[in-house]
Design a protein around this ligand. Structure first.
Ligand SMILES: [Zn+2]
Length: 316
């Protein structure tokens, strides 16, 4: 039985897309990482040390004084949150956006979001509850309630300036987890990167785009390499950016490419290991790396072309 954890990007700007995947054998003692999992021992500290002081226990209490629901998302906080703000209206639409775009069935599984008022309180809580996790702004945790039973789906984060993107990112992981048996690490992060952006941007992450098409570091996409990754240490910001790029190509280029992704996801509903996606996509694009580079270059030129069309239109 495993607890699945996804978390959001590292704060450092150079590594903003860094993500991690950690899974651990939750009910097996002594607790060691199971084969194929992260090599660190990882368990909630509340299980490690039963004798907590009152102060430690208060730090371990997740926010819960106030609670409100937005669709299947249940927000808990210890401070007043204005639930009428546009952020929550947008989040209410996220499940439909994700499931419709990916042609997946809807789910009404509840996701609990623990919203801390500030970063300090959030970090003290995470440090006390999950001392082995790295520092990140947000986490998604799928934790089994019982062996073979239902799971608690939880997001932990704090009210910071990137709350919109962080919530959209982690809730995308949660929504995928509701309906799929498993999602390969690279694809899970690529999809979360795609849907974390406000809908009007249509999945275009300008920073990823600039870094992929810029001349400072040559972009050498290799989907076969991404598909081999199973551990966080193997994922660098370059891999996260590339994961986003492949997802964007599949969802926004041609219908045959989107069909490859959606049929792969359909398989993942029943089969956690449906094989590789690369050969299926290569049937649509014989030269995969070249097709991705062209797609990104086109995307990068799009705003300029639109601006040029507008100027031309004004002059006519
Ligand atoms: Zn993620």
């Amino acid at each position: 039985m495993e607890t699945l954890i996804r978390h959001t990007r590292i704060d450092c700007h150079q590594h903003r897309a860094f993500r991690a995947f950690l899974a651990y054998c939750f009910f097996l003692l002594p607790l060691f990482w199971c084969s194929g999992c992260h090599s660190l021992k990882f368990m909630p500290s509340s299980l490690e040390k039963p004798d907590k002081t009152a102060n430690e226990l208060s730090v371990l209490a997740a926010p819960g004084k106030r609670s409100f629901r937005v669709g299947q998302f249940v927000f808990s906080s210890d401070f007043e949150v204005n639930r009428d703000q546009p952020l929550f209206r947008e989040l209410a639409d996220l499940p439909e956006q994700v499931y419709k775009e990916l042609e997946l069935p809807a789910s009404n599984t509840l996701v609990q979001i623990h919203l801390f008022q500030d970063r300090d309180r959030y970090e003290r809580f995470m440090q006390a509850k999950y001392p082995d996790l790295p520092r990140r702004r947000a986490f998604f945790v799928a934790q089994p309630r019982t062996v073979g039973g239902a799971e608690d789906l939880m997001v932990y984060t704090f009210w910071g300036e990137r709350i919109r993107q962080d919530l959209r990112h982690e809730l995308t992981h949660a929504l995928l987890h509701c309906v799929l048996r498993d999602v390969p690490l690279w694809l899970d992060e690529g999809l979360a990167e795609y849907f974390e952006l406000p809908p009007h941007l249509q999945g275009v992450n300008q920073q990823h785009l600039e870094q992929s098409t810029g001349t400072s570091a040559p972009f050498k996409p290799d989907l076969g390499h991404l598909e081999q990754l199973t551990q966080v240490q193997q994922m660098t910001p370059v891999e996260y950016r590339e994961a986003w790029a492949w997802v964007h190509l599949m969802l926004r280029d041609r219908p045959q490419a989107k069909a490859v992704l959606t049929s792969y996801l359909q398989q993942l509903r029943l089969n956690p290991t449906p094989g590789l996606l690369q050969p299926r996509l290569a049937a649509v694009y014989p030269d995969l790396a070249d097709s991705l580079s062209k797609h990104l270059t086109q995307l990068e030129q799009e705003p300029r072309r639109q601006a040029a069309d507008m100027i031309k239109g004004d002059g006519e």
